[in-house]
Write a protein that binds this ligand. Structure first.
Ligand code: SPV
Ligand code: MG
Length: 354
């Protein structure tokens, strides 16, 4: 079955934690879940993740969706938010994130990593990996983060960017895959009229939602945009700079989705810096108790138990008295080792620590 066929099936087989294993519990497709979030009557929230582990933590916390942040993925790879990580490296990262979770993900796909043709290929690859939606921004490749010299950043030509959106919508196989068009006009200092002109064009091109970005310390700009745009289509915001705005303000204004865009990355930076400094200073890890999780918790997040159960099911029984598997190095019994239910004391070679 091709990726596209898999994705357009009536339901997804819900991923369960555990390296790609799946159980046959029908769940709405991730695309459908995301589209529902966009159109839900209440304010919804996405939290940033940047790898499989953080994605799983977002899901466990109760969030209904994940923002695969370009800034956070780049930072966690140790590079800048300037498309220094290639698009296939990003694809690989979000594949791990998607496999590790059952909630939908909105990929921050920057400018789409090229022109309309690159966007078409990107959409195909995202659908194959069950990524529910992508957000593209109207800047030029290679992009720079919106909060670095933003007013010197050129914007994409409106028609060229609208063509990218149309190409994405024409390419998607799953009718519920969503394209979010991110407008940088306010960030770049082009003003409200230009932001609205672009929103109109991107909406006409088929965008499922508009992300209006702002670098102001208050929400005034995005509130003014929303007031003028009304409910033409869902509006998504990223309150990174206006983070003191009380959430009810966003709710009352009728925004669709709030993205907390980089807060897990920033929280683990602090935690890691503190732990590293402490360990270095004290030449010991004995004082870290209580500030780090147990190894057992890491195993839980990796779903080690699922592998243990799978070993019960799939690994052949091996007599405890039998010689150790000879040299195949994969932890399974050698084909010549005595096996079978008759063995009085049988064991399986575990693949995971307990
Ligand atoms: C990101 O998370 O990469 C974003 C949001 O694009 S921001 O960095 O706030 O512009
Ligand atoms: Mg970004």
């Amino acid at each position: 079955m091709s990726g596209n066929e898999r994705n357009t099936a009536a339901t997804d087989l819900r991923s369960v934690p555990g390296n790609g294993s799946r159980r046959a519990t029908p769940a709405p497709r991730k695309t459908t879940q995301f589209k529902k979030l966009l159109h839900s009557p209440q304010l919804e929230f996405l939290l940033e993740a940047h790898n499989g582990l953080s994605a799983r933590i977002v899901e466990e916390a109760g969030f209904k969706g994940i923002w695969a942040s370009g800034l956070s993925m780049a930072a966690s790879l140790g590079v800048r938010d300037n498309n220094e990580a290639s698009w296939t490296q990003i694809l690989e990262t979000v594949e791990f994130m998607s496999d590790a979770t059952s909630i939908p993900m909105l990929l921050d796909a920057d400018t789409g990593y090229g022109n309309f043709n690159n966007v078409r290929r990107l959409v195909r690859k995202l659908e194959q990996r069950q990524i529910a939606a992508m957000c593209i921004e109207d800047k030029l490749f290679p992009k720079t983060n919106s909060f670095i010299d933003s007013e010197q950043q050129p914007l994409a030509d409106l028609d060229e960017f609208a063509g990218k959106i149309k190409a994405a919508k024409d390419t998607q196989q799953d009718p519920d895959f969503c394209v979010v068009a991110r407008i940088e006009a306010l960030v770049a200092g082009w003003g409200q009229d230009e932001a609205l002109r672009r929103a109109e064009a991107y909406h006409r091109a088929g965008a499922d939602a508009i992300l209006i970005h702002s670098k102001k310390p208050t929400a005034d700009e995005v509130l003014a945009f929303k007031h003028a745009w009304r409910d033409t289509c869902p509006v998504v915001i990223v309150p990174t700079m206006y983070d003191n705005t009380p959430t009810p303000v966003f709710r009352d204004a009728g925004f669709s989705v709030v993205i907390w865009a980089n807060h897990l990355l920033r929280s683990c930076v602090v935690t890691m810096q503190r732990a590293a400094a402490k360990i270095f200073r004290r030449q010991s890890v004995t004082t870290l108790d209580g500030t780090i999780c147990s190894v057992k918790e890491v195993f839980r997040l990796q779903d080690a138990d699922e592998l243990k159960a799978a070993e019960q099911k799939y690994l052949p029984l091996r007599s405890a008295a039998a010689p150790a598997p000879s040299g195949n190095g994969n932890g399974r019994s050698s084909p010549n080792a005595p096996v079978g239910a008759k063995a009085e004391k049988a064991t399986r070679t575990p693949g995971t620590p307990t």
